[in-house]
Design a protein around this ligand. Structure first.
Ligand code: ADP
Ligand code: ZN
Length: 751
């Protein structure tokens, strides 16, 4: 075998070179016969017809390369062809080399999601093919092995090389040179002489496999009971949904890991969905401690090579456990036995752009199609899941106590109307006292304020002008460290002006309301000696920095962590005993149906950070409305009271899950055209029993990134097929070219 050019220049252990540059099997010269429908990962109304080359068996899921206009694209054989195109005019789709067909369950899932979300099936398929490079054949790494040939005269250095290589193992040039303590040139000379020969190794090292019995914990009895139920669900090899509903710190992760272990023993694949990448570093280590190695990962931050590896090993079945963000749902699992959705109530599971879907709901669908067990996990389940568990549609597994000696924290409401902060400040005297005590005791505190930046509003003291974004109907948020005003919607960012842009007066702009930066400033005034850190997506440069702050907090190098919702959940700080919630009323003005639920969940999760180990926790929740139902439920830590109220409210108003919702969002730069289209749509809506149309109304953010937005909301009874209704209504309507229409089934955001 000749040495490919340039191979020795790389320093890696195994050099990677393509075996050959031909990506695909050449199309045979013979006549193509079989007509098939091929779905392309593009927003087209449906599959296109192609022929397969002679001798290729048509199979749903077969990955092909298909000509489309002047280029080619990857596509998937979806079914039998049926278009009315003459056979001889059909183009040929060529199967990709070395890859099995996509599993039928994935194809069915793509169809299902497309129908449910009213998206073009090709757009959904694109989610399942989102792994650029994964479809190119593997490029083997080259390594060198000893041959039987030994050159006649050997220098001392060459002899050292052959001694190293006498064990018969394959190594890269660099590795040989290092081990034999010679220059790479000596190794290359031996290659040229024929004493070493190339060996092609697979492109990727085999994945380590998680061991179900590597380090099993001893479970408490309620954990054991839940783990047994989950193991049983896995053993049933059938679709089922369990809701693992356990208080914060009860060991939900430990418990569902037992189901993961069971699936591994059965030789089946597992998908664990997490809402945020920020959580995964800690999670991966925890997984490794239990199973002996890290799982495969899938999220937006991965390199192309890693994507290729994970994609292909999921398809081949080699990858047993994948931990990922919502897009991991579309990976080509060939034998999925278990899906875990951790923190199932999280809004981050809703994909809000492109194909709009809710990953928790689609995980249940994926489980049904794959006959897999699904476990939804939360300390504060979504009302939807709670109601399903109550109705017996989901198996309800409860963990009611914290692990070990940890007790639930004591939660107190601080009435801001009475316990007033100093003017222009946000911490009440009561909170300041509690912080002082905690610092004196050498324990840690967390101050939670769900607002990034310094101040959410800047206004002119003289003329009252509020500084807003010119392309969104939103206030500009001051970021004092960076001396800039930022729009949190479109990212527009400008230096903080010296004078009011409206009246021209200088030094008249004042900051209104607190952000985490301002809170930190106030904290330092009171406690100049304390070690403090801010954790917010603006002050953190990526997951690594957040991780560093979290680790520092874990090691006790920080006394007080001030942060937004990034730190509200999932983290476990044993010495954290005080949590202060600065403004519990935030968000109650948003006017969407889940505001109460979200406020409750967030406050409950934040409170759950306190007192997770031996020392008891205390939580102070500052509010202007201590008599509000939600605040009372938070203070009483009484979830069931909250869920009962919320359930009643939703039932009375026919809101989900007791009715269905779909939003239609129109947007465009031509505001008049958008409003006109909204009215025209509303007029065209077919009248039907059990269906109500609200709007069109200007969206909450009427202007976003320079586009005017109008919304319509469709509310139907639960039994109504809202997709069929929308199709019937919208399909005949032709939109002006400048107006974009987006359908959001089961909307979560009402902006
Ligand atoms: P949750 O996800 O329910 O909030 P975790 O799973 O994070 O709770 O568990 C909280 C802490 O208790 C973690 O440090 C975890 O390792 C520990 N823990 C829970 N159950 C056990 C157990 N059976 N044995 C040992 N440690 C446990
Ligand atoms: Zn903006």
């Amino acid at each position: 075998m000749s040495r490919p050019a340039g191979i020795d220049r790389k320093e890696s252990l195994f050099e990677s070179v393509p075996m050959n540059s031909v990506r695909l099997k050449p199309a045979p010269a013979g006549i193509a016969l079989q007509r098939v429908a091929v779905l392309l990962p593009l927003p087209l109304p449906g599959p296109y017809d192609y022929c397969l080359p002679e001798g290729v068996a048509a199979q749903r899921g077969l990955l092909v390369e298909a000509p489309l206009g002047a280029r080619t694209t990857i596509g998937v054989v979806w079914g039998a062809g049926e278009a009315e195109i003459a056979q001889h005019k059909l183009k040929t789709a060529v199967p990709l080399d070395g890859l099995p067909a996509l599993p039928p369950a994935l194809c069915d899932f793509v169809d299902w999601v497309a129908r449910y979300t009213l998206s073009p099936p090709g757009s959904v398929l694109a989610l399942a093919l989102r792994a650029r490079g994964a479809f190119a054949p593997e490029s083997p790494r080259l390594a060198w092995r000893r041959t039987s040939f030994t050159p006649a005269r050997l220098s001392e250095k060459r002899k050292r090389v052959l001694d190293v290589m006498a064990d018969g193992l394959a190594r890269s040039v660099a590795a040989i040179a290092e081990e034999a303590n010679v220059t790479p040139a000596i190794v290359r000379a031996l290659i040229a002489a024929g004493a070493l020969a190339a060996d092609a190794l697979p492109e990727f090292l085999p994945l380590p496999s998680p061991q179900p019995d590597f380090a099993p914990p001893s479970l408490r009895s309620e954990q054991s009971a839940a783990a047994d139920a989950l193991r049983k669900a896995v053993l049933e090899r059938n679709f089922s949904v369990s809701l693992l509903d356990g208080v914060t710190g009860s060991g939900k992760t430990e418990t569902y890991f037992e189901a993961v272990a069971q699936a591994l023993r059965e030789g089946r694949q597992v998908l664990i969905l997490l809402p945020e990448i920020a959580l995964t570093v800690q999670f991966l280590e925890r997984f490794a401690a239990r199973f002996g190695c890290r799982p495969a990962e899938w999220h937006s931050d991965m390199g192309q090579k890693q994507r290729k590896h994970v994609y292909r090993t999921v398809l081949s079945g080699e990858a047993r456990v994948v931990v990922g963000a919502r897009s991991a749902l579309f990976l080509p699992f060939c034998d999925l036995g278990l899906i875990i959705v951790d923190e199932e109530h999280e809004q981050a599971f809703k994909q809000e752009e492109g194909v709009i879907y809710h990953a928790r709901d689609m995980a249940v669908v994926r489980g049904r199609i794959s006959a897999a067990a699904v476990a939804l996990v939360s300390a504060t389940p979504s009302l939807e899941s709670y109601v399903n568990a109550e109705a017996g549609r989901y198996r309800w597994l409860k963990l009611t106590a914290r692990h070990g000696v940890a007790r639930m924290p004591k939660i107190e409401l601080v009435d801001l109307r009475q316990d007033r902060p100093a003017p222009g400040q946000w911490m009440s005297p009561k909170l300041i006292t509690a912080l002082r005590t905690t610092l004196t005791d050498g324990e840690q505190s967390l101050l939670f304020l769900n607002r990034r930046g310094y101040a959410p509003l800047t206004l002119c003291e003289r003329c009252g002008h509020k500084l807003t974004c010119h392309q969104c109907s939103a206030w500009l948020v001051e970021h004092r460290y960076r001396r800039r005003l930022v729009c949190h919607h479109c990212g527009v960012d400008m230096p903080t002006p010296k004078a009011c842009p409206q009246c021209g007066e200088e030094a008249c702009l004042i900051a209104c309301g607190p952000g985490v930066e301002r809170l930190a400033e106030e904290f330092v005034q009171h406690f100049p000696q304390a070690r403090m850190a801010i954790a917010s997506s603006d002050t953190m440069h990526g997951p690594a920095e957040l991780q560093a702050a979290i680790s520092a907090m874990g090691r006790g190098e920080i006394d007080v962590l001030i942060g937004t919702q990034m730190i509200a959940k999932g983290h476990h700080f044993p010495n954290l005993t005080l949590v202060g919630v600065i403004d519990a009323d935030l968000g109650s003005a948003d006017g969407d149906l889940r505001v109460r639920e979200r406020t409750f969940q967030l406050l409950h999760q934040v409170a759950g950070r306190a007192g997770r180990a031996t020392r008891p926790g205390r939580v102070l929740v500052q509010t202007h409305s201590p008599d509000d139902d939600v605040m009372r439920a938070v203070a009483a830590a009484d979830r069931d009271v909250f869920y009962a109220q919320e359930r009643q409210l939703r039932e009375r108003t026919h809101a989900p899950p007791f009715g269905r919702l779909a939003a239609i969002i129109l947007s465009g730069v031509d505001g008049e055209a958008v409003r006109e289209t909204g009215k025209r749509l509303a007029r065209a809506a077919p009248a039907a029993r059990g269906i109500k149309i609200w709007g069109p109304t200007p969206a909450f953010y009427q202007l976003l990134r320079g586009r005017t937005r109008e919304r319509l909301l469709v509310q139907t009874e639960r039994a109504i097929d809202v997709q069929a209704y929308l199709r019937q209504w919208l399909e005949p309507i032709k939109l002006p070219a400048s107006v974009r229409l987006v359908i959001d089934i089961d909307p979560v955001s009402f902006f």
